[in-house]
Design a protein around this ligand. Structure first.
Ligand SMILES: O=c1ccn([C@H]2C[C@H](O)[C@@H](CO)O2)c(=O)[nH]1
Length: 166
């Protein structure tokens, strides 16, 4: 996907600004590593997400996934862009689980920024996860399964015809 301007009257910088707002809401008493995300939906809504940690540690949810979960819960499943920020001085890429979670909803723009400077890394969900396992993989499986079944039943019929006529 081309890293073009957002097809909406919101700039990359504005979306980064909203991710910074979300970052301030992070619940991260264990890592003390706040992360914020701002997800722009196809309809132009903006859904914020932050990391929410848990005393069990494993129950932690990242900012990107918390934004997606919130968006889907509100009825949004088509996205134009997501912005993610941390307090690091360089843009920090989403973790592997978040990449998988994002690519589930197709190829859309990812703007990775920082809390304290204007550095950004512009990429896309597909670019972040090459060779991704996606919903299309399962669709392909269903198609292959039904064509295999069709082939087997055609072969079985031919076989039955041959038996009867011999
Ligand atoms: O892509 C990522 C990677 C990490 N975190 C959070 C999870 C945890 O709360 C903290 C440290 O890993 O950062 C995110 O929110 N997004």
């Amino acid at each position: 996907m081309a890293a073009s301007a957002l097809p909406q009257d919101i700039s990359d910088a504005e979306l980064v600004g909203l991710a910074r707002t979300a970052m301030k809401r992070a619940h991260c008493p264990y890592s003390k590593f706040p992360v914020g995300a701002a997800l722009l939906t196809e309809s132009g809504d903006i859904i914020l997400g932050c990391n929410v940690e848990n005393a069990s540690y494993g129950g932690t949810i990242c900012a990107e996934r918390s934004a997606v979960v919130s968006a889907v819960s509100q009825g949004h499943t088509k996205f134009r862009a997501i912005s993610v920020v941390t307090e690091l001085s360089e843009p920090a890429s989403p973790c592997g689980l978040c990449r998988q979670f994002l690519v589930e909803f197709g190829d859309f723009k990812v703007i990775i920024g920082t809390a304290f400077n204007s550095k950004t890394l512009i990429t896309s969900t597909r670019e972040l996860l090459p060779f991704a396992f996606t919903p299309e993989s399962l669709d392909t499986f269903e198609q292959e399964k039904s064509s295999a079944v069709a082939e087997i039943s055609a072969t079985t019929k031919e076989h039955d015809v041959a038996k009867v006529s011999s």
